[in-house]
Design a protein around this ligand. Structure first.
Ligand code: SF4
Length: 341
């Protein structure tokens, strides 16, 4: 049976021995009015959110919501997940696919933008919906075909021995059952040139229950260097459950990095970025990238100017050692790597 067929057949309920994280996810917040009520926020915040909410609905699990300050509509975590009327504003210069992912596909769901690395879009699912997401309009189903075209991706990797690193991305690759991840990794064993498996995930701060014993076991058994790239934008996202997830990952990864997106009203203050770097370091996670936001339609209200971004970096450099200063970058379509700002 081909890998694609067996992934499709995987019974996600029964194959992951400790699937408590799915129960947690089922209870995630999905109704804006209920969330406002829980956070003691005024229902006037519902005004005008319908368009964004329909295309890209609210989704946030309890670990993330519990870090939000009740009664504060400016809370930096709340702003990241709550649909806003501003999302419906059409702005020139903003795109549906701001980084050219669709054009970069070497095979369905496999992006080969950078020489030695290939990125696999494993799933369109996420544990949380971030309002600024550059893939918020991404046509996951038509692009990945539900991974039914996985064989083509394997053929492409076979034909390109320069690929030494596979990046599992999405959506969030950790939304797949561990059994599905095991099938993917088994299919990659045939490629002797592979040195590194990288996992891009937002799970640690929003669904830390996913870093369970079976996942850790899978990671520990992999024959490659495993690099986790977390996505955390604000120090308030790192609660005790996220800290436990980082600790568990220490035993089965070569390196844990973090990438943040610079977001107006969320983390565009030097003291926030300083605190974020220090908190990550305290958890053995290295600040890696600070991204200028990809210019995606519906998220223009989060934009920060390059002037502001550079000023923040100067303040950050003056306050923390160099190894805690992330690189300020943006992704430019067609460039062979991230572009320094
Ligand atoms: S978790 Fe990542 S892919 Fe999913 S919505 Fe957030 S930024 Fe986008």
């Amino acid at each position: 049976m081909s890998l694609s067929a067996s992934i499709a057949k995987a019974d996600t309920k029964n194959l992951d021995s400790n699937h408590n994280w799915r129960q947690v996810l089922r209870k995630a917040w999905r109704k804006p009015e209920e969330l406002l009520d829980y956070l003691q926020l005024d229902s006037s915040l519902l005004k005008g959110i319908a368009p964004g909410q329909q295309q890209f609905p609210l989704l946030a699990p309890s670990a993330f919501i519990e870090q939000i300050e009740k009664g504060n509509p400016e809370d930096p975590l709340f702003l990241q997940i709550f649909p806003q009327a501003a999302e419906a504003r059409q702005q020139s210069g903003l795109l549906q696919d701001p980084v050219g992912d669709i054009k970069s596909q070497a095979s369905p769901g496999l992006l080969h933008k950078y020489h030695s690395r290939a990125l696999v879009i494993t799933t369109g699912a996420c544990a949380i919906h971030c309002r600024y997401c550059f893939r918020r309009h991404f046509p996951y189903t038509s692009v990945t075909g539900g991974r039914s075209d996985w064989q083509q991706s394997l053929d492409y990797i076979r034909a390109n021995p320069n690929i030494s690193e596979i990046i599992l991305s999405g959506g969030d690759p950790l939304m797949l059952a561990t059994a599905q991840l095991e099938k993917i990794s088994r299919s990659l064993l045939e490629f002797p040139q592979l040195k590194t498996l990288r996992i891009h995930t937002r799970i640690a701060s929003c669904l830390p229950e996913r870093i369970n014993t079976r996942l850790v076991h899978w990671l520990r058994e992999l024959p490659w260097a495993v690099v986790f790239v977390h996505h955390i934008n604000h120090p308030q996202e790192i609660g005790s459950a996220a800290e436990l997830a980082f600790t568990r990952l220490q035993s089965c990864t070569q390196m844990q990095l973090n990438q943040s997106v610079l977001l107006q009203g969320v983390n565009n203050k030097a003291e926030v970025l300083i605190q974020l770097s220090e908190k990550l370091f305290g958890n053995s996670v290295t600040p890696y990238y600070l991204h200028q936001m990809d210019q995606v339609q519906g998220a223009g209200h989060f934009n920060c100017s390059d002037i502001e971004a550079r000023q923040l970096m100067r303040q950050l450099r003056a306050a923390v050692p160099g190894y805690l200063v992330p690189r300020l970058v943006r992704e430019v379509t067609g460039e062979p790597g991230k572009t320094p700002v």
